[in-house]
Design a protein around this ligand. Sequence first.
Ligand SMILES: [Zn+2]
Length: 610
Amino acid sequence: MPYRGLHEESVSNRLLKARVAKVLFLVPFLLLLAIFFRYQVLHTTEYSLHSEENRLRRIELPPPRGLITDRNGMVLAENIPSYSIELYPQPIDSMRIALERLAVLLDLDPGEQEQLVQKYRLRTQSPLRVATDIDEKTLAVVEEHRSEFPGIFIRSDMKRSYVYGEKLAHILGYVGEINENELEDERYKDYIMGSLIGRSGIEAQYESLLHGERGVKFVEVDAHGRELGPFRDKPPILPIIGEDIQLTIDLRLQEEMHRIMEPVEIGATVAMDPNNGEILAIVSKPDFNPNRLSSGISGAEFRELLFHPNKPFLNRVIQGLYPPGSTFKVFTALVGADLDFIKPDGKSLEITCRGGLQFGKRFFGCWKAGGHGKIEYKQAIVQSCDTFFYQLGIKIGLERFCQYGKESQFFEKTGIDLPNEESGLVPDEIWYNRNYGRGNWGPGNMLNLAIGQGEISLSPLQLANLYAAICNAGKRFRPHLLKEKVKNYRLSDIDFAPEHIAMLREPLTGVVNSPLGTARGSRLWGHERKMAGKTGTSQNPHGEDHGLFVGFYPADVPEIVVSAVVEHGLHGSAVARYVRDLILAYIEIKVSREQSELAKISSTNTVAGN
Ligand SMILES: [Zn+2]
Protein backbone atom coordinates (compact mmCIF):
# COMPACT_ATOMS: atom_id res chain seq x y z
CA MET A 1 0.00 0.00 0.00
CA PRO A 2 1.42 3.38 -0.88
CA TYR A 3 0.26 5.02 2.31
CA ARG A 4 1.98 2.50 4.52
CA GLY A 5 5.00 2.57 2.29
CA LEU A 6 5.43 6.26 2.85
CA HIS A 7 5.53 5.74 6.58
CA GLU A 8 8.04 3.01 6.25
CA GLU A 9 10.51 5.24 4.43
CA SER A 10 13.56 6.33 6.35
CA VAL A 11 14.22 10.00 6.97
CA SER A 12 17.30 10.06 4.76
CA ASN A 13 15.35 8.58 1.89
CA ARG A 14 12.79 11.32 2.13
CA LEU A 15 15.45 13.98 2.15
CA LEU A 16 16.94 12.50 -1.01
CA LYS A 17 13.56 12.55 -2.74
CA ALA A 18 13.08 16.17 -1.79
CA ARG A 19 16.44 17.04 -3.31
CA VAL A 20 15.60 15.24 -6.53
CA ALA A 21 12.32 17.12 -6.73
CA LYS A 22 14.13 20.38 -6.23
CA VAL A 23 16.56 19.58 -9.00
CA LEU A 24 13.74 18.51 -11.28
CA PHE A 25 12.07 21.81 -10.67
CA LEU A 26 15.31 23.75 -11.14
CA VAL A 27 16.25 22.27 -14.50
CA PRO A 28 13.46 23.85 -16.57
CA PHE A 29 13.90 27.04 -14.66
CA LEU A 30 17.60 27.20 -15.48
CA LEU A 31 16.87 26.36 -19.06
CA LEU A 32 14.43 29.21 -19.31
CA LEU A 33 16.97 31.48 -17.73
CA ALA A 34 19.58 30.37 -20.25
CA ILE A 35 17.24 31.01 -23.15
CA PHE A 36 16.33 34.39 -21.73
CA PHE A 37 20.01 35.21 -21.30
CA ARG A 38 20.79 34.14 -24.83
CA TYR A 39 18.03 36.14 -26.43
CA GLN A 40 18.06 39.18 -24.24
CA VAL A 41 21.51 39.61 -22.81
CA LEU A 42 23.74 38.22 -25.57
CA HIS A 43 21.54 39.59 -28.28
CA THR A 44 21.70 43.06 -26.87
CA THR A 45 25.44 42.83 -26.36
CA GLU A 46 25.98 41.98 -29.97
CA TYR A 47 23.44 44.52 -31.17
CA SER A 48 23.65 46.79 -28.17
CA LEU A 49 22.95 49.85 -30.24
CA HIS A 50 19.90 48.63 -31.98
CA SER A 51 18.33 47.26 -28.81
CA GLU A 52 16.70 50.66 -28.39
CA GLU A 53 13.64 50.19 -30.58
CA ASN A 54 15.72 48.34 -33.14
CA ARG A 55 16.85 51.54 -34.76
CA LEU A 56 20.48 50.77 -35.37
CA ARG A 57 22.03 47.95 -37.32
CA ARG A 58 25.65 46.95 -37.31
CA ILE A 59 27.05 45.89 -40.66
CA GLU A 60 30.38 44.15 -40.83
CA LEU A 61 32.70 45.31 -43.58
CA PRO A 62 34.99 42.52 -44.73
CA PRO A 63 38.49 43.72 -45.60
CA PRO A 64 39.50 43.48 -49.27
CA ARG A 65 42.10 40.74 -49.58
CA GLY A 66 45.62 41.67 -50.66
CA LEU A 67 46.48 41.15 -54.32
CA ILE A 68 48.94 38.51 -55.48
CA THR A 69 51.27 39.43 -58.35
CA ASP A 70 54.04 37.68 -60.24
CA ARG A 71 57.70 38.79 -60.17
CA ASN A 72 56.98 41.47 -62.78
CA GLY A 73 53.91 42.88 -61.06
CA MET A 74 51.34 41.04 -63.20
CA VAL A 75 48.17 40.53 -61.15
CA LEU A 76 47.44 36.84 -60.52
CA ALA A 77 44.71 37.06 -57.86
CA GLU A 78 42.40 40.05 -57.41
CA ASN A 79 39.01 40.96 -55.96
CA ILE A 80 35.87 41.54 -57.99
CA PRO A 81 32.42 42.60 -56.76
CA SER A 82 29.96 39.93 -55.79
CA TYR A 83 26.49 40.13 -54.26
CA SER A 84 24.99 37.91 -51.64
CA ILE A 85 21.71 37.88 -49.78
CA GLU A 86 21.47 37.72 -46.03
CA LEU A 87 18.66 37.64 -43.52
CA TYR A 88 19.09 39.48 -40.27
CA PRO A 89 18.69 37.62 -36.97
CA GLN A 90 15.07 36.94 -36.12
CA PRO A 91 13.21 34.21 -34.23
CA ILE A 92 13.54 30.85 -35.93
CA ASP A 93 9.89 30.71 -36.99
CA SER A 94 9.97 34.04 -38.77
CA MET A 95 13.31 33.01 -40.30
CA ARG A 96 11.58 29.93 -41.70
CA ILE A 97 8.77 32.04 -43.16
CA ALA A 98 11.21 34.56 -44.65
CA LEU A 99 13.13 31.72 -46.26
CA GLU A 100 9.99 30.16 -47.73
CA ARG A 101 9.10 33.44 -49.39
CA LEU A 102 12.62 34.04 -50.65
CA ALA A 103 12.80 30.48 -51.98
CA VAL A 104 10.64 31.39 -54.96
CA LEU A 105 13.01 34.15 -56.08
CA LEU A 106 16.20 32.25 -55.36
CA ASP A 107 15.07 28.84 -56.52
CA LEU A 108 15.73 27.11 -53.19
CA ASP A 109 14.18 23.69 -52.76
CA PRO A 110 12.72 22.62 -49.35
CA GLY A 111 15.87 20.61 -48.60
CA GLU A 112 18.10 23.62 -49.09
CA GLN A 113 15.78 25.76 -46.98
CA GLU A 114 15.92 23.25 -44.14
CA GLN A 115 19.74 23.15 -44.38
CA LEU A 116 19.82 26.91 -43.98
CA VAL A 117 17.49 26.77 -40.97
CA GLN A 118 19.78 24.18 -39.36
CA LYS A 119 22.81 26.35 -40.08
CA TYR A 120 21.03 29.30 -38.50
CA ARG A 121 20.20 27.29 -35.37
CA LEU A 122 23.96 27.10 -34.65
CA ARG A 123 24.43 30.87 -34.67
CA THR A 124 21.22 32.68 -34.02
CA GLN A 125 23.03 35.94 -33.40
CA SER A 126 24.68 36.20 -36.80
CA PRO A 127 23.00 37.09 -40.06
CA LEU A 128 22.17 34.09 -42.22
CA ARG A 129 23.69 34.07 -45.66
CA VAL A 130 21.00 32.70 -47.97
CA ALA A 131 22.66 33.03 -51.37
CA THR A 132 26.22 33.81 -52.39
CA ASP A 133 27.49 35.36 -55.60
CA ILE A 134 24.07 35.84 -57.19
CA ASP A 135 23.78 36.88 -60.83
CA GLU A 136 22.65 40.34 -61.94
CA LYS A 137 19.17 39.22 -62.98
CA THR A 138 18.41 37.72 -59.56
CA LEU A 139 19.92 40.79 -57.93
CA ALA A 140 17.55 43.06 -59.87
CA VAL A 141 14.49 40.97 -58.96
CA VAL A 142 15.38 40.85 -55.26
CA GLU A 143 16.10 44.58 -55.27
CA GLU A 144 12.69 45.24 -56.78
CA HIS A 145 10.87 43.19 -54.15
CA ARG A 146 13.07 44.20 -51.27
CA SER A 147 10.34 45.90 -49.21
CA GLU A 148 8.38 42.65 -49.14
CA PHE A 149 11.13 40.88 -47.26
CA PRO A 150 11.74 42.29 -43.80
CA GLY A 151 15.22 41.66 -42.53
CA ILE A 152 16.67 41.03 -45.97
CA PHE A 153 20.02 42.55 -46.73
CA ILE A 154 21.88 42.62 -50.03
CA ARG A 155 25.54 42.53 -49.24
CA SER A 156 28.01 43.72 -51.80
CA ASP A 157 31.29 41.95 -51.21
CA MET A 158 34.50 41.36 -52.99
CA LYS A 159 35.08 37.85 -54.20
CA ARG A 160 38.41 36.38 -55.11
CA SER A 161 39.19 36.06 -58.76
CA TYR A 162 42.08 34.07 -60.16
CA VAL A 163 42.91 35.82 -63.42
CA TYR A 164 44.58 32.79 -65.01
CA GLY A 165 42.24 30.13 -63.62
CA GLU A 166 43.70 26.65 -63.41
CA LYS A 167 47.11 27.75 -64.75
CA LEU A 168 48.29 28.70 -61.27
CA ALA A 169 45.93 26.50 -59.25
CA HIS A 170 48.64 24.67 -57.30
CA ILE A 171 50.59 27.84 -56.55
CA LEU A 172 47.85 30.24 -55.46
CA GLY A 173 45.41 27.71 -54.03
CA TYR A 174 41.96 29.14 -53.33
CA VAL A 175 39.81 30.72 -50.63
CA GLY A 176 36.60 29.54 -49.02
CA GLU A 177 34.25 30.56 -46.22
CA ILE A 178 35.52 30.01 -42.71
CA ASN A 179 33.87 27.04 -40.98
CA GLU A 180 32.40 26.57 -37.49
CA ASN A 181 35.51 24.92 -36.03
CA GLU A 182 37.85 27.57 -37.35
CA LEU A 183 35.67 30.30 -35.87
CA GLU A 184 36.41 28.84 -32.45
CA ASP A 185 40.15 29.11 -33.12
CA GLU A 186 41.98 31.92 -31.34
CA ARG A 187 43.94 32.74 -34.52
CA TYR A 188 40.74 33.69 -36.32
CA LYS A 189 39.14 35.83 -33.66
CA ASP A 190 38.73 38.74 -36.09
CA TYR A 191 36.76 36.51 -38.50
CA ILE A 192 33.01 36.16 -38.63
CA MET A 193 30.63 33.75 -40.33
CA GLY A 194 31.08 34.26 -44.07
CA SER A 195 34.68 35.55 -43.81
CA LEU A 196 36.97 34.22 -46.50
CA ILE A 197 40.02 32.23 -45.54
CA GLY A 198 42.85 30.75 -47.62
CA ARG A 199 42.25 27.03 -48.11
CA SER A 200 45.44 25.99 -49.90
CA GLY A 201 48.56 27.26 -51.67
CA ILE A 202 49.80 30.84 -51.21
CA GLU A 203 46.31 31.89 -50.08
CA ALA A 204 46.60 29.60 -47.04
CA GLN A 205 50.34 30.10 -46.49
CA TYR A 206 50.11 33.89 -46.26
CA GLU A 207 46.58 34.16 -44.85
CA SER A 208 47.74 36.47 -42.05
CA LEU A 209 49.24 38.96 -44.54
CA LEU A 210 46.50 38.78 -47.17
CA HIS A 211 43.49 38.93 -44.88
CA GLY A 212 43.50 42.53 -43.55
CA GLU A 213 41.19 43.78 -40.78
CA ARG A 214 37.43 43.90 -40.69
CA GLY A 215 35.59 47.24 -40.47
CA VAL A 216 32.06 48.08 -39.42
CA LYS A 217 29.31 50.59 -40.25
CA PHE A 218 25.99 51.42 -38.65
CA VAL A 219 22.74 52.04 -40.45
CA GLU A 220 19.33 53.08 -39.22
CA VAL A 221 16.50 50.65 -39.82
CA ASP A 222 12.75 50.90 -39.30
CA ALA A 223 10.61 48.56 -37.22
CA HIS A 224 10.39 46.11 -40.17
CA GLY A 225 14.13 45.91 -40.48
CA ARG A 226 14.29 47.99 -43.62
CA GLU A 227 17.33 50.20 -44.02
CA LEU A 228 16.81 53.93 -43.80
CA GLY A 229 20.38 55.18 -44.25
CA PRO A 230 23.68 55.62 -42.43
CA PHE A 231 23.62 56.46 -38.75
CA ARG A 232 25.28 59.85 -38.34
CA ASP A 233 26.39 59.65 -34.72
CA LYS A 234 28.41 56.54 -35.31
CA PRO A 235 30.99 56.94 -38.05
CA PRO A 236 32.04 53.75 -39.82
CA ILE A 237 35.33 52.04 -39.06
CA LEU A 238 36.85 51.32 -42.43
CA PRO A 239 38.36 47.91 -43.06
CA ILE A 240 42.11 47.65 -43.49
CA ILE A 241 43.08 46.16 -46.84
CA GLY A 242 45.19 43.02 -46.74
CA GLU A 243 48.83 43.24 -47.81
CA ASP A 244 49.72 42.71 -51.44
CA ILE A 245 52.12 39.87 -52.11
CA GLN A 246 54.67 39.60 -54.89
CA LEU A 247 55.72 36.13 -55.95
CA THR A 248 58.92 34.91 -57.58
CA ILE A 249 56.77 33.26 -60.29
CA ASP A 250 57.26 34.42 -63.86
CA LEU A 251 53.75 34.47 -65.32
CA ARG A 252 54.91 34.10 -68.92
CA LEU A 253 57.03 31.08 -68.10
CA GLN A 254 54.23 29.66 -65.95
CA GLU A 255 51.79 29.96 -68.87
CA GLU A 256 54.29 28.26 -71.18
CA MET A 257 54.83 25.45 -68.68
CA HIS A 258 51.09 24.96 -68.40
CA ARG A 259 50.77 24.85 -72.19
CA ILE A 260 53.64 22.36 -72.56
CA MET A 261 52.17 20.09 -69.85
CA GLU A 262 48.71 20.19 -71.48
CA PRO A 263 48.94 16.66 -72.98
CA VAL A 264 50.07 15.18 -69.64
CA GLU A 265 47.32 13.54 -67.63
CA ILE A 266 49.27 13.05 -64.39
CA GLY A 267 52.59 14.72 -63.76
CA ALA A 268 54.47 17.63 -62.22
CA THR A 269 57.08 20.22 -63.19
CA VAL A 270 58.95 22.85 -61.25
CA ALA A 271 61.42 25.48 -62.47
CA MET A 272 63.71 27.33 -60.10
CA ASP A 273 66.67 29.68 -60.13
CA PRO A 274 69.54 27.68 -58.60
CA ASN A 275 71.36 30.90 -57.67
CA ASN A 276 68.83 32.05 -55.08
CA GLY A 277 66.10 29.40 -54.68
CA GLU A 278 63.41 31.48 -56.40
CA ILE A 279 60.64 29.33 -57.87
CA LEU A 280 59.83 30.46 -61.42
CA ALA A 281 56.97 28.12 -62.30
CA ILE A 282 55.05 25.15 -60.89
CA VAL A 283 52.55 22.92 -62.68
CA SER A 284 50.94 19.81 -61.23
CA LYS A 285 48.51 17.77 -63.30
CA PRO A 286 45.62 17.29 -63.12
CA ASP A 287 44.71 20.73 -61.84
CA PHE A 288 41.44 22.45 -60.99
CA ASN A 289 39.80 25.82 -61.51
CA PRO A 290 40.23 27.83 -58.28
CA ASN A 291 37.48 30.26 -59.39
CA ARG A 292 34.93 27.47 -59.13
CA LEU A 293 36.06 26.79 -55.57
CA SER A 294 36.13 30.38 -54.37
CA SER A 295 32.64 31.24 -55.58
CA GLY A 296 30.63 28.68 -53.70
CA ILE A 297 31.12 25.33 -55.42
CA SER A 298 28.37 22.77 -54.85
CA GLY A 299 29.02 19.96 -52.38
CA ALA A 300 28.70 17.36 -55.14
CA GLU A 301 31.19 19.10 -57.40
CA PHE A 302 33.65 19.51 -54.53
CA ARG A 303 33.39 15.84 -53.57
CA GLU A 304 33.98 14.83 -57.17
CA LEU A 305 37.27 16.76 -57.16
CA LEU A 306 38.22 15.54 -53.71
CA PHE A 307 37.68 11.86 -54.44
CA HIS A 308 38.79 11.84 -58.07
CA PRO A 309 41.26 8.94 -58.56
CA ASN A 310 43.81 11.29 -60.18
CA LYS A 311 43.71 13.59 -57.13
CA PRO A 312 43.59 17.07 -58.67
CA PHE A 313 44.09 18.75 -55.27
CA LEU A 314 47.44 17.02 -54.79
CA ASN A 315 50.35 19.32 -55.63
CA ARG A 316 52.68 16.63 -56.92
CA VAL A 317 55.63 19.04 -57.03
CA ILE A 318 55.76 19.02 -53.22
CA GLN A 319 53.50 16.08 -52.29
CA GLY A 320 54.22 13.50 -54.98
CA LEU A 321 57.01 11.12 -53.91
CA TYR A 322 58.76 9.08 -56.58
CA PRO A 323 61.80 6.82 -56.61
CA PRO A 324 64.13 9.20 -58.49
CA GLY A 325 65.50 6.45 -60.76
CA SER A 326 68.66 7.23 -62.70
CA THR A 327 68.40 10.97 -61.95
CA PHE A 328 69.77 9.91 -58.55
CA LYS A 329 72.95 8.40 -60.00
CA VAL A 330 74.58 11.82 -59.52
CA PHE A 331 74.22 11.32 -55.78
CA THR A 332 75.69 7.81 -55.88
CA ALA A 333 78.56 9.27 -57.92
CA LEU A 334 79.17 12.01 -55.34
CA VAL A 335 79.27 9.46 -52.52
CA GLY A 336 81.62 7.28 -54.61
CA ALA A 337 83.93 10.27 -55.18
CA ASP A 338 83.83 11.24 -51.51
CA LEU A 339 84.94 7.71 -50.58
CA ASP A 340 87.70 7.87 -53.20
CA PHE A 341 86.29 5.11 -55.42
CA ILE A 342 86.06 7.61 -58.25
CA LYS A 343 89.03 9.88 -58.87
CA PRO A 344 88.61 13.25 -60.59
CA ASP A 345 90.14 11.79 -63.78
CA GLY A 346 87.26 9.31 -63.81
CA LYS A 347 89.56 6.43 -64.72
CA SER A 348 89.86 4.86 -61.31
CA LEU A 349 86.72 2.82 -61.63
CA GLU A 350 86.22 1.04 -64.90
CA ILE A 351 83.90 -1.93 -65.22
CA THR A 352 82.57 -4.14 -67.96
CA CYS A 353 78.81 -4.13 -68.39
CA ARG A 354 77.48 -7.37 -69.87
CA GLY A 355 73.87 -6.34 -69.46
CA GLY A 356 73.70 -6.65 -65.70
CA LEU A 357 75.19 -8.14 -62.56
CA GLN A 358 74.65 -11.45 -60.80
CA PHE A 359 74.45 -10.74 -57.08
CA GLY A 360 73.79 -13.76 -54.88
CA LYS A 361 70.78 -15.54 -56.31
CA ARG A 362 69.47 -12.52 -58.17
CA PHE A 363 70.39 -11.02 -61.49
CA PHE A 364 70.24 -7.23 -61.57
CA GLY A 365 69.83 -6.12 -65.17
CA CYS A 366 71.19 -3.03 -66.89
CA TRP A 367 68.57 -1.19 -68.96
CA LYS A 368 70.71 -2.04 -71.99
CA ALA A 369 70.31 -5.80 -72.13
CA GLY A 370 73.22 -6.22 -74.57
CA GLY A 371 75.52 -4.43 -72.14
CA HIS A 372 77.63 -1.29 -72.35
CA GLY A 373 80.96 -3.14 -72.50
CA LYS A 374 83.94 -1.41 -70.89
CA ILE A 375 82.67 1.73 -69.21
CA GLU A 376 83.98 4.35 -66.75
CA TYR A 377 82.36 7.02 -64.60
CA LYS A 378 81.60 9.72 -67.18
CA GLN A 379 80.09 7.43 -69.80
CA ALA A 380 78.23 5.57 -67.06
CA ILE A 381 76.32 8.81 -66.43
CA VAL A 382 76.00 9.81 -70.09
CA GLN A 383 74.65 6.37 -71.04
CA SER A 384 73.08 5.72 -67.64
CA CYS A 385 74.71 2.29 -67.22
CA ASP A 386 73.08 0.50 -64.29
CA THR A 387 75.81 -2.14 -63.93
CA PHE A 388 78.42 0.53 -63.20
CA PHE A 389 76.30 1.91 -60.37
CA TYR A 390 75.50 -1.57 -58.99
CA GLN A 391 79.23 -2.12 -58.63
CA LEU A 392 79.80 1.29 -57.13
CA GLY A 393 76.87 0.67 -54.76
CA ILE A 394 78.41 -2.58 -53.52
CA LYS A 395 81.65 -0.75 -52.75
CA ILE A 396 79.80 1.98 -50.85
CA GLY A 397 77.62 -0.41 -48.86
CA LEU A 398 74.04 0.00 -47.71
CA GLU A 399 74.64 1.48 -44.27
CA ARG A 400 77.11 4.07 -45.50
CA PHE A 401 74.96 5.04 -48.46
CA CYS A 402 71.88 5.62 -46.30
CA GLN A 403 73.97 7.59 -43.83
CA TYR A 404 75.09 9.89 -46.65
CA GLY A 405 71.48 10.18 -47.79
CA LYS A 406 70.26 11.22 -44.36
CA GLU A 407 73.08 13.68 -43.74
CA SER A 408 72.62 15.28 -47.17
CA GLN A 409 69.20 16.66 -46.06
CA PHE A 410 67.93 16.25 -49.61
CA PHE A 411 65.20 13.91 -48.37
CA GLU A 412 63.89 16.39 -45.84
CA LYS A 413 61.24 19.00 -46.52
CA THR A 414 62.83 21.84 -48.46
CA GLY A 415 60.92 24.39 -46.38
CA ILE A 416 59.22 25.96 -49.42
CA ASP A 417 56.50 28.45 -48.44
CA LEU A 418 53.57 26.25 -49.44
CA PRO A 419 51.43 24.23 -47.02
CA ASN A 420 51.65 20.44 -46.62
CA GLU A 421 55.02 19.68 -48.20
CA GLU A 422 55.98 15.99 -47.86
CA SER A 423 59.38 14.66 -46.78
CA GLY A 424 61.13 12.17 -49.01
CA LEU A 425 62.34 8.80 -47.80
CA VAL A 426 65.80 7.35 -47.41
CA PRO A 427 65.65 4.02 -45.56
CA ASP A 428 68.00 2.73 -42.86
CA GLU A 429 68.40 -0.49 -40.86
CA ILE A 430 65.51 0.41 -38.52
CA TRP A 431 63.25 1.22 -41.46
CA TYR A 432 64.05 -2.08 -43.21
CA ASN A 433 63.54 -4.14 -40.05
CA ARG A 434 60.25 -2.47 -39.33
CA ASN A 435 58.91 -2.73 -42.89
CA TYR A 436 60.41 -5.99 -44.16
CA GLY A 437 61.33 -7.81 -40.95
CA ARG A 438 64.78 -8.86 -39.79
CA GLY A 439 66.53 -11.14 -42.28
CA ASN A 440 64.23 -10.23 -45.14
CA TRP A 441 66.56 -7.65 -46.58
CA GLY A 442 70.27 -7.31 -47.14
CA PRO A 443 73.08 -6.00 -49.33
CA GLY A 444 70.95 -6.72 -52.44
CA ASN A 445 68.72 -3.78 -51.55
CA MET A 446 71.76 -1.54 -51.98
CA LEU A 447 71.93 -2.31 -55.70
CA ASN A 448 68.48 -0.83 -56.21
CA LEU A 449 69.24 2.24 -54.11
CA ALA A 450 72.40 2.94 -56.13
CA ILE A 451 70.28 3.44 -59.27
CA GLY A 452 67.57 5.42 -57.47
CA GLN A 453 65.07 2.55 -57.26
CA GLY A 454 63.63 0.59 -54.40
CA GLU A 455 62.90 2.26 -51.12
CA ILE A 456 64.10 5.80 -51.69
CA SER A 457 61.74 8.52 -52.85
CA LEU A 458 61.84 12.25 -53.46
CA SER A 459 59.41 14.92 -54.60
CA PRO A 460 60.08 16.72 -57.91
CA LEU A 461 60.99 19.81 -55.86
CA GLN A 462 63.49 17.90 -53.68
CA LEU A 463 65.04 16.56 -56.87
CA ALA A 464 65.25 20.07 -58.38
CA ASN A 465 66.87 21.17 -55.12
CA LEU A 466 69.56 18.47 -55.39
CA TYR A 467 70.41 19.56 -58.93
CA ALA A 468 70.35 23.24 -57.95
CA ALA A 469 73.13 22.50 -55.44
CA ILE A 470 75.07 20.61 -58.13
CA CYS A 471 74.68 23.61 -60.50
CA ASN A 472 75.94 25.86 -57.77
CA ALA A 473 79.15 24.09 -56.65
CA GLY A 474 77.39 22.95 -53.47
CA LYS A 475 75.69 26.21 -52.47
CA ARG A 476 72.15 25.67 -51.31
CA PHE A 477 69.15 27.98 -51.05
CA ARG A 478 65.73 27.40 -49.57
CA PRO A 479 63.21 27.21 -52.45
CA HIS A 480 60.62 29.95 -52.02
CA LEU A 481 57.76 31.77 -53.71
CA LEU A 482 57.59 35.06 -51.83
CA LYS A 483 59.71 37.68 -53.55
CA GLU A 484 61.63 39.42 -50.82
CA LYS A 485 64.73 41.43 -51.37
CA VAL A 486 65.91 41.48 -47.79
CA LYS A 487 65.51 37.90 -46.67
CA ASN A 488 68.47 35.60 -47.10
CA TYR A 489 67.54 32.12 -48.22
CA ARG A 490 71.10 30.78 -48.25
CA LEU A 491 71.53 27.51 -46.38
CA SER A 492 74.70 25.67 -45.40
CA ASP A 493 76.60 24.16 -48.35
CA ILE A 494 76.25 20.46 -49.15
CA ASP A 495 78.92 18.17 -47.73
CA PHE A 496 80.61 17.23 -51.00
CA ALA A 497 83.87 18.71 -52.23
CA PRO A 498 83.42 21.35 -54.98
CA GLU A 499 85.85 19.44 -57.25
CA HIS A 500 83.68 16.31 -56.95
CA ILE A 501 80.55 18.31 -57.76
CA ALA A 502 82.36 19.89 -60.71
CA MET A 503 83.09 16.42 -62.11
CA LEU A 504 79.39 16.00 -62.85
CA ARG A 505 79.12 18.96 -65.22
CA GLU A 506 80.72 17.29 -68.23
CA PRO A 507 78.78 13.98 -68.16
CA LEU A 508 75.47 15.77 -67.43
CA THR A 509 76.07 17.95 -70.48
CA GLY A 510 76.88 14.77 -72.42
CA VAL A 511 73.50 13.20 -71.53
CA VAL A 512 71.79 15.76 -73.77
CA ASN A 513 74.56 16.70 -76.19
CA SER A 514 76.68 13.63 -76.97
CA PRO A 515 75.74 10.97 -79.56
CA LEU A 516 75.33 8.25 -76.90
CA GLY A 517 73.47 10.42 -74.36
CA THR A 518 70.10 9.12 -73.16
CA ALA A 519 68.44 12.50 -73.86
CA ARG A 520 70.27 13.31 -77.11
CA GLY A 521 66.87 13.84 -78.79
CA SER A 522 66.39 16.94 -76.65
CA ARG A 523 69.49 18.83 -77.70
CA LEU A 524 68.98 22.55 -78.28
CA TRP A 525 69.78 22.78 -82.00
CA GLY A 526 71.03 26.11 -83.28
CA HIS A 527 71.61 27.51 -79.82
CA GLU A 528 74.89 28.81 -78.57
CA ARG A 529 74.41 27.54 -75.00
CA LYS A 530 73.69 23.96 -74.03
CA MET A 531 71.12 22.29 -71.83
CA ALA A 532 72.38 19.60 -69.43
CA GLY A 533 70.45 17.08 -67.38
CA LYS A 534 69.70 13.49 -66.49
CA THR A 535 66.97 11.07 -67.47
CA GLY A 536 65.35 8.66 -65.06
CA THR A 537 62.68 5.99 -64.90
CA SER A 538 60.82 5.50 -61.69
CA GLN A 539 59.62 1.93 -61.12
CA ASN A 540 55.97 1.83 -60.26
CA PRO A 541 54.75 -1.38 -58.59
CA HIS A 542 51.13 -0.41 -59.33
CA GLY A 543 51.42 -0.12 -63.10
CA GLU A 544 53.50 1.41 -65.82
CA ASP A 545 56.71 3.21 -64.86
CA HIS A 546 57.01 6.97 -64.46
CA GLY A 547 59.46 9.02 -66.57
CA LEU A 548 61.67 11.70 -65.02
CA PHE A 549 64.06 14.35 -66.21
CA VAL A 550 65.99 17.07 -64.42
CA GLY A 551 67.58 19.66 -66.70
CA PHE A 552 69.46 22.90 -66.30
CA TYR A 553 70.49 25.74 -68.60
CA PRO A 554 72.98 27.03 -69.61
CA ALA A 555 75.09 23.98 -68.80
CA ASP A 556 78.17 26.06 -67.88
CA VAL A 557 76.54 28.81 -65.76
CA PRO A 558 73.05 27.59 -64.92
CA GLU A 559 70.22 30.12 -64.48
CA ILE A 560 67.32 27.69 -64.40
CA VAL A 561 66.78 24.13 -63.15
CA VAL A 562 63.71 22.21 -64.24
CA SER A 563 62.55 18.95 -62.70
CA ALA A 564 59.71 17.02 -64.33
CA VAL A 565 57.89 13.75 -63.79
CA VAL A 566 55.24 12.22 -66.03
CA GLU A 567 53.33 9.31 -64.53
CA HIS A 568 52.74 6.04 -66.45
CA GLY A 569 54.42 4.74 -69.48
CA LEU A 570 57.00 7.34 -70.37
CA HIS A 571 60.75 7.03 -70.37
CA GLY A 572 62.93 9.86 -69.08
CA SER A 573 63.99 10.71 -72.63
CA ALA A 574 60.38 11.57 -73.51
CA VAL A 575 60.08 13.75 -70.40
CA ALA A 576 63.31 15.51 -71.43
CA ARG A 577 61.41 16.93 -74.42
CA TYR A 578 58.94 18.71 -72.13
CA VAL A 579 61.87 20.21 -70.22
CA ARG A 580 63.61 21.17 -73.47
CA ASP A 581 60.46 22.95 -74.68
CA LEU A 582 60.30 24.85 -71.41
CA ILE A 583 63.96 25.86 -71.67
CA LEU A 584 63.30 27.07 -75.24
CA ALA A 585 60.36 29.12 -73.95
CA TYR A 586 62.61 30.49 -71.20
CA ILE A 587 65.21 31.59 -73.80
CA GLU A 588 62.55 33.18 -75.99
CA ILE A 589 61.03 35.12 -73.10
CA LYS A 590 64.47 36.29 -72.03
CA VAL A 591 65.44 37.42 -75.53
CA SER A 592 62.15 39.27 -76.09
CA ARG A 593 62.54 41.05 -72.75
CA GLU A 594 66.10 42.05 -73.58
CA GLN A 595 64.98 43.35 -76.97
CA SER A 596 62.18 45.45 -75.50
CA GLU A 597 64.67 46.82 -72.93
CA LEU A 598 67.04 47.73 -75.77
CA ALA A 599 64.19 49.33 -77.72
CA LYS A 600 63.33 51.42 -74.66
CA ILE A 601 66.93 52.57 -74.24
CA SER A 602 67.35 53.43 -77.95
CA SER A 603 64.04 55.36 -78.03
CA THR A 604 65.11 57.38 -74.97
CA ASN A 605 68.42 58.05 -76.68
CA THR A 606 66.66 59.23 -79.84
CA VAL A 607 64.47 61.55 -77.81
CA ALA A 608 67.51 62.84 -75.99
CA GLY A 609 69.38 63.24 -79.29
CA ASN A 610 66.56 65.31 -80.73
ZN1 LIG B 1 75.23 -1.04 -68.68
